[in-house]
Design a protein around this ligand. Structure first.
Ligand SMILES: [Zn+2]
Ligand SMILES: [Zn+2]
Length: 284
């Protein structure tokens, strides 16, 4: 049986959006490590959210119930500061409790092209094993909004176009991250009930252009396994992408390494091969 690669995109209780305090589904670091051992996952990186957005606007109904208290009267979102000390202490405790599992540190850094100075002022970014960079919010007037909010206001194709247009400057330019996450992030919120299933072909050139910018930056692209889209590793390889990571983006233990066997087959088919250590990126 081929061994699984590291899950390079995992959240724990140190991410502000992981369950509520009363949620039984809450993805604690400890329960997630226990799950990794149970399913034979050799390695993972806890990539907690680092969101330093200062003009993030939302409709309260676009936030999950347990997150709604983070939305101000004016619709501006303020998330709690990342507790890096508590996080590193729990990493140490889990490394001691699960010696058979390789536990890497990490961050999922939102909008690195806009917020890297702010991140450096708050954290020693060199202390993390794997930083992944994400585009979660898009410019709309004076604010930045998530794609789900933008889909309420603009034609669906335009939202995807705007997302891909921001990729070069926000996740393919400055930043400490070695991997760009979920290029299909906006597609997660595609309004299927009005538009039908998402078809990437009318937006192929825009996706390929965003991938070229990421490839030119020397970074890897994440295969986000929440939903598998075979055209992503295919177009990524065709546009010069050299490396990929695998990320479940789990916020609960049961979502850890979801769909990894299928994602591995998809990556292999697109020409990517594992390294010697499960922590390594797969390369062409
Ligand atoms: Zn994300
Ligand atoms: Zn994530």
């Amino acid at each position: 049986m081929t061994s699984l690669p590291a899950d390079s995109h995992v959240h724990s209780e140190f991410s502000w959006d992981t369950g509520g305090p009363d949620s039984t589904a809450r993805g604690t670091m400890r329960a997630t490590c226990a799950r990794a051992v149970e399913i034979g996952l050799p390695a993972l990186f806890f990539t907690e959210h680092l969101d330093l957005e200062d003009a993030w606007f939302t409709n309260p109904e676009d936030f999950a119930a347990h997150e709604r208290h983070l939305v101000g009267e004016d619709g501006v979102v303020a998330v709690p500061r990342f507790d890096v000390d508590g996080y590193l202490e729990e990493i140490d405790r889990c490394r001691a409790a699960f010696p058979e599992l390789t536990i890497g540190t990490g961050l999922e850094f939102g909008q690195p092209g806009l917020r890297t100075d702010a991140a450096r002022a708050q954290l020693d970014l060199t202390a993390f094993d794997r930083i992944i960079g994400s585009l979660h919010t898009l410019e709309l007037g004076d604010h930045r909004v998530e794609p789900n909010t933008m889909f309420r206001r603009l034609p669906a194709d335009d939202v995807i176009r705007r997302y891909l247009a921001e990729v070069p400057s926000v996740v393919a330019a400055d930043g400490p991250h070695e991997v760009v996450t979920h290029i299909d992030y906006a597609v997660r919120y595609w309004p299927e009930e009005d538009e039908g299933p998402f078809d990437p072909r009318p937006l192929e050139e825009e996706f390929r252009g965003a991938m070229r910018a990421i490839a030119a930056s020397g970074r890897a692209l994440e295969i986000n396994t929440r939903r598998l889209r075979p055209w992503i590793p295919q177009w990524w390889a065709e546009e010069g992408g050299e490396a990929i990571s695998f990320g479940s983006d789990s916020h609960t233990p049961l979502a850890l390494a979801a769909n990894f066997p299928e994602a591995m087959a998809m990556a292999d088919w697109a020409g990517f091969r594992p390294g010697r250590d499960p922590r390594e990126l797969w390369r062409r």
